[in-house]
Design a protein around this ligand. Sequence first.
Ligand SMILES: [Zn+2]
Length: 653
Amino acid sequence: MAKYGLVLCAIISIVGGSREKEAIQWVKDYSLLTDDAMHTWNTVNWNYQTNITKENEQAATEQRGRISSFLAQVNENASHFDDVIFTDNITKRVFHFLRRNTGKGIVDSSIIRRMGELRYKMMRQTNSARIRRLNCTSEVDCELDRIGYRDAMGEVKEPEELKYMWEKMMDAAAKPNLEIYPEFIDLKNKVAQSSGFNNRAEDLLFYYDDEDFEEQCLVLWKEVLPLYQKLQNFVRHHLKQVYSEVEFPDSGHIPVHLLGGSMGAFWQHLYKDIEPFSNKSRVSFGDELLAKNYTSKGIYKQAESFFVSLGYDPLPAQFWEDSMFEKPIDGREVICGASAWDFGKNGESRIKHCGTVTEMTFNTAHHELGHIYYFKAYAELPHRLRQGANPGFHEAIGDCISLSTETSHYLHHVHLVDKPTNDEGQTFPQNTLKTGDVHLFPSEADVNFLLRQALYKLAIMPFSLLVDTWRYSVYRGETLPHEYNKNWWNLRCKIQGVSPPSPRSSSDFDPAELSHISSDTPYLRYFVSLILQFQFHEALCQEAGHQGPLYTCDIYQSKEAGAKLWSLMELGASKPWSEALQMIAGTRKMNAQPVLEYFKPLSDWLDAQNFPRVTWDEECPDGSFTSGAERTYLYHLPLLVCVRIIMVTLSLD
Ligand SMILES: [Zn+2]
């Protein structure tokens, strides 16, 4: 009997083995086909984003429909191998992603097409919004486009004008999308359901490979929260002095229009108003970039040299010829937000960025090249595994590099600042840091530097968490259209400690001012990246043999650190992210300690300052919402969406 059992096992093994070989060959074939399809899609999409015309939008909408159908068909075909138990780890991982489709069928192409139309319409409405400045009488310079608005919110210091611009931009860029968004969400959920998910939120969370991933993020945020509270308090205290004529709410919130940006997410524009020690900062090197005749492309070249110093190849001529580094001056309308593109074939990649010669572009260039080198590192993997270990990994690479390139030591090395500032200024003996036998004192310049970094990296953390907290609740049906705006502000008040400058209503749609909402780009990845980039930085600094506080480390020219980072990137998504993280950071868990360690001197300094400590209320200040100005269509919205879906399904339009 046992003998027959052995023979049977051998037969199953042979059959299983041949089926696996068949599957391996199928993965190779489909990968080549997908490369072609993605190259075509990226080309059409690139043409649209770098030249927004009706024709290009139409072409992109159609091509998006084709690529979606193609990818759905691939998933469907993959289900033919559902019976195979894989021994080859790479193939097993490919099917882990492909088997997301549980065979409920391919979604109707008219739904895909309609979804594309809505998405492009929302993007167009947000991207093309224009407002006029308050009391502007000049014939020129009165109109602000999106970039002009963002810059003006960072420069203007008149609170009434800031409030006016903020309200006008919400009306122009965000509010119009309220009529579209419920239908868009419904279609997104339908597509997710066709892949076996309950809703689109589940679909997005699939890439984090962990059922309690949202919970993990909340735990991490609780660890960072005390540090953020100190920053929020410090900023609020100083803004009350800068805007003494503004009545701040007693609830402890900061009115969002005073935070120096369009969404009140990044606070770096506030730095010059609240700098702790004047004349002790490293000089801004924006002027130096101009004086040295840098162009935006030249800044990208400089950024490339950092990656080359880690032992990586220079980028090919194709990249430099095909990328868009500046806003075109030939009248083309383009989508300006910086992005890195993997064209999916022959290692072709590009940057699209309306770069200017500023420090901001210097930062962005390192961020975007982080994506480009990630593309290169995993280029040999089958198509489905060419992605970050999880979406946050992809965002973290370039930002981790920026933690090195922002140090005055590195900037001095590349002749952008005169000399390192770490040893300038007075010291704070009470804040002595001990690193092995080395005793270091954070100087005034260090405190300035860390505050600047905190306004950039720490201020965005709660925002990067709450955007998808809100969006997931919409996908899950927990936030209905008439609650969109109120729940958005409930989260912003509770998590971020900011409040609206004037009463908002359910006929407003403030989250849609964020381009990631109108373009349906996930946002949780940025929160994950903010945690991971400090973990990576700490691990790479150790590899580079750095001694001293984490915030002074740069890994420039460390081939050892470069090799470690490359070994993470070349994995792509071929292993679960926890394994990839263990390889670089020695732990399978995301960990907030490196963030706290990096900002420890600033945290200590804030503790020693004398300003009121306020814990903001969880609820928004009284008067933040009005029930007036409801649009009657909102009451009929569910019905309208329903009718619309039926029309799309039946292809009646
Ligand atoms: Zn990015």
